[in-house]
Design a protein around this ligand. Structure first.
Ligand code: DHK
Length: 146
């Protein structure tokens, strides 16, 4: 019997307004489309199965975190503005066992004070903030090598 490589299933979960990256506040987030960046990321890592999801709705993000906790080997999450407000997203991440990397395109620690607190960081293996869209690639490389 031939051995088959088992591909890792990684959920990339993006929160509110991240569908607008590329046109939204380009001086902060850049002018590259996140959708296109992540599609290319999937092509660059054909051995990984990427589940790429974006919602503006908190409860939907929580449903996806719970599902990924059962079906995936890791999560890359950018909760957008919910990073700074959502106890419930933090609770969802605390309830699962797979590794989670929190990604922010901008450096949240160099911005307004209300962005400098995250309700999710304490439930994550690590945080990447301020490296632009490449934060997603670096997070994926880590999860695939971990
Ligand atoms: C994205 C957002 O939408 C903001 O609400 C966060 C984050 C920062 C980012 O840098 O990716 O404060």
């Amino acid at each position: 019997m031939t051995e088959q490589a088992v591909s890792m299933k990684i959920a990339i979960i993006n929160g509110p307004n991240l569908n607008l990256i590329g046109t939204r506040e380009t001086e902060i987030y850049g002018d590259q489309s996140l959708d296109q960046y992540l599609a290319k990321l999937g092509e660059d890592f054909p051995d990984a199965e990427l589940i790429i999801q974006q919602s503006n709705i908190e409860g939907i993000l929580i449903d996806w975190i719970q599902e990924a906790g059962k079906n995936c080997q890791g999560i890359i999450i950018n909760p957008g503005g919910y990073t700074h407000t959502s106890v419930a997203i933090g609770d969802a991440l605390a309830s699962i066992q797979i590794p989670v990397i929190e990604v922010h395109i901008s450096n949240i620690f160099a911005r307004e004070s209300f962005r400098q607190h995250s309700y999710v960081s304490s439930c994550c293996k690590g945080v990447i903030s301020g490296l632009g869209l490449d934060g997603y690639r670096l997070a994926l490389m880590h999860l695939l090598n971990a």
